[in-house]
Design a protein around this ligand. Structure first.
Ligand SMILES: Cc1ncc(COP(=O)(O)O)c(C=O)c1O
Length: 371
């Protein structure tokens, strides 16, 4: 699905220089490279505070710990996402409230959020799924009306812009009270191991989060809050320092590949491709995900795999049907879109190194099967 080797070949010299610097300075944890990355990312995102941490799951957990949510508080999130989002809600003994997504953008349904709010609701966690920004304008309006926190799960959409009706744009992840991202190697900004970060414009919250990531310490061996050990190591920060200046170029390469895929599939009766109007900087195509309608999606997947084309179903099971998160509160009729999407979605290879020949082979192979 990704081609990290070819990408590395192109940036090898700069990555190696950055990594060598870590080895030369012998500061493997919280070294100057981590600080440099933090500052560069704050500037790129135009956000006051970036708090690097060990991975995207920790980033979500620490963000929620920083907001002082209490066991039993209800946290609304999408039914159609990777499990990490709901996992941390459950781990913190908060009550996950899963809601359906919109068919058009596969992101959390605004109507679904409104219907799910109760007096116990304390937060909303929108996920910018597959690289496409959720409707943050509507979500922030709901949050304001009901006095809820918004924690953006931006693991899949770093670099995407959210557009507002007054014409302004802000980077996904920087609009809610706090945002969380992942630098897992296959992510749009990926390091060569695990990594993550939390973003906020709130000074007091940023201070708290900086303590939580480091055992609740602000001064060595003084533990002021309950924390965790979640640090971005200097070697991962070195890789990210080499890659961050290329992020916009990488997003463009993904958008170009998506446009070529969608052009080849245009008008096909069995394919719903991500819409062309969304192929702009509000979608950075972490995944290029088709809906295959009135056709054998699994047969198509096998056909592609047989031809050596990687493809995958993100995600095959709605979270409300997962053993760990199933609950009698959930009624099937409340999840018509997610239940449909899990039977239709198919993600094609998407990365920064796709060339025209590869795209043609992939699109021809899809069309060969579907006719
Ligand atoms: C939507 C979403 N949230 C959170 C995460 C967790 O990130 P990590 O794997 O870095 O813990 C992922 C990772 O795949 C994700 O896709």
């Amino acid at each position: 699905m990704v081609d990290l080797k070819s990408q590395y070949e192109k940036i090898k010299d700069s990555v190696n220089v950055y990594i060598q610097e870590v080895l030369d300075t012998n500061t493997y944890i919280n070294g100057p490279q981590v600080h440099q990355f933090q500052k560069s990312l704050e500037e790129y995102l135009d956000v006051k505070h970036v708090i690097p941490c060990a991975n995207g799951t920790d980033a979500l957990q620490i963000a929620m710990m920083g907001l002082d949510l209490k066991p039993g508080d209800e946290v609304i999130t999408a039914d159609f996402t990777f499990a990490a989002t709901v996992e941390v809600i459950a781990l913190l003994q908060l009550t996950p409230v899963l809601v359906d997504v919109d068919m058009f953008n596969m992101n959390i349904s605004i109507e679904g959020i409104k219907k799910a709010i109760t007096p116990k609701t304390k937060a909303i966690v929108p996920v910018h799924l597959f690289g496409r920004a959720a409707n943050m304008e509507a979500i922030m309006a709901i949050a304001k009306e009901y006095k809820l926190y918004v924690i953006e799960d931006n693991a899949q959409a770093i670099g995407a812009n959210c557009k507002f009706s007054d014409g302004t744009k802000k980077k996904a992840g920087t609009i809610g009270h706090v945002g969380a991202t992942s630098f897992f190697p296959s992510k749009n900004l990926g390091c060569y191991g695990d990594g993550g970060a939390i973003f906020t414009n709130d000074d007091a919250l940023a201070h708290k989060l900086r303590g939580i990531v480091n055992h609740g310490m602000y001064e060595r061996y003084h533990h002021d809050v309950v924390g965790v050990n979640s640090r971005l190591d200097s070697i991962q920060a070195a890789v990210l320092n080499a890659k961050l200046p290329l992020l916009d170029e990488y997003s463009k390469a993904r958008q170009d590949a998506a446009r070529k895929y969608s052009t080849a599939f245009e008008g096909h009766k069995n394919i719903v491709a991500p819409s062309i109007c969304s192929i702009c900087d509000c979608h950075v195509f972490h995944q290029y995900t088709l809906r295959i309608i009135d056709a054998d999606r699994n047969g198509l997947m096998q056909h592609l795999l047989d031809k050596g084309i990687p493809c995958a179903i993100y995600y095959p099971i709605p979270l409300h049907s997962q053993k760990a998160y199933a609950d009698s509160r959930y009624k099937e009729e409340n999840f018509p879109v997610t239940n449909q999407l899990v039977t239709e979605v198919l993600s094609l290879p998407m990365h920064t190194e796709l060339d025209d020949e590869q795209i043609k082979f992939i699109t021809d192979s899809v069309l060969e099967y579907l006719g």
